[in-house]
Design a protein around this ligand. Sequence first.
Ligand code: IFM
Length: 485
Amino acid sequence: MMKNTPTTDNFPPGFIWGSATAAAQVEGAAWEDGKEDSVWDAFARIPGNVLNGDTPATAVDHYHRMPQDVALMKQLGLDSYRFSTSWARIRPGGRDVNPKGLEFYSRLVDELLEAGILPWLTLYHWDLPQGLEDAGGWANRDTAYRFAEYAQDVYAALGDRVRHWTTFNEPFCSSLLGYGSGVHAPGRQDPRAAVAAVHHQHLAHGMAVTELRELGAEQIGITLNLSNSIPRDPADPVDREAARLFDSLQNRIFLEPVLRGAYPEDSLKDLEPFGLHDLIRPGDMETIGAPIDFLGVNHYHDDLISGHPDTSGADGHGGGGARPKASPWVGAEHITFPSRGLPRTAMNWEVNPDGLRKLLVRLSQEYPELPPLYITENGAAYDDVVSGEGTVPDADRTRFILDHVQAVSAAIEQGADVRGYFVWSLLDNFEWSWGYEKRFGIIHVDYQTQVRTIKDSGLAYSRFAAAVRNGNSPAPEVPAAAPVG
Ligand code: IFM
């Protein structure tokens, strides 16, 4: 159980306190300065794909409001800002480099450095140029080679100022969800294409790591979304087998190729009918297993897994659009996600901070080859209300964040080498197929006016990070923020 007063012990010197966003979720300016459609622009235009017909076209207008957003980060005292670059802005249609696209990120990096904030760059947060999807997307091996070229372009423009390079964010989503379930762009429902996307994204990661390393990048890693797979009844072999399958598809087919240069034996067997063997060419696994300097861990909730039908309606894996969804669990479509009665967020995801501690300790114990860890995303969606005084009293989110930070502290105490925590998200934003319905920000955005207001959770997070930085002295007060237009 988490303590009521969060302790600032255990965090090593230099621990990074940050916050994260992604290009397609915040930038807007979907067709400005040469940018063309990403798969998310195209997917969102199809009625039924995104709740309320929302699109990322305007998002929270970060493309135009970037200096003001960096000022808010500075006001919160963030050490680092994790953002992604848009491939469709930098190489529209997947074709030639668009200098104006690169200029935006160059200005962003300068603005961050000027504010004393460490830029933490992700090359791929799901927004493939639609032109490349038209050529087969991630089911096509060639896309991996195009990604390595794009990585070089971004390094050429920003490598003199950016030290931290992340290849992919949550490849689980951009492969199994995007090509298997249809809940994410490009909306395909083809299990063989989903498995091909997994392998080709791994390959793209490995090729980019090699290129970036040769070019001189200091810190290179990948971010995976990982979950504890908990059998509903550990004594029931059907539930245990379902939990094994879930663990394979959610965690191990991503962790092990990247960390060990090999797919797990059981996953290879499970995925043979979907063509995994045929996709692997000589040299691929060595490329994919190129050493990395950090692993980013995104964690929101655990998963209670059963192999039996469930009627509780607890499944928190549904997307937001109206379109019928297929299962992303290739070869394991029968697995279910019953409820164990824990509180849930507005995403219907269970709240269980101790799951984060368990996950970090498991990673540290099971993977001797593990590099240092950073929590690159953790946070919660709740239905916020702006008070008459213009504040956002989001007590549930505040509790969620502080309890999870305590879970990180406990994991460090138990030997996990965790060096940073990025709260998701800096700003309310486009939550994929949920559109603008789900708010994850520590800064509230009024979508009509684009006015930003720091939520109470943002103030509490800022105070906590300051207390750690100041060597456990009492947390300084962060002045209540006036809304920024
Ligand atoms: O908004 C997403 C983010 O893009 C990737 N990780 C999970 C977040 C919440 O769903």
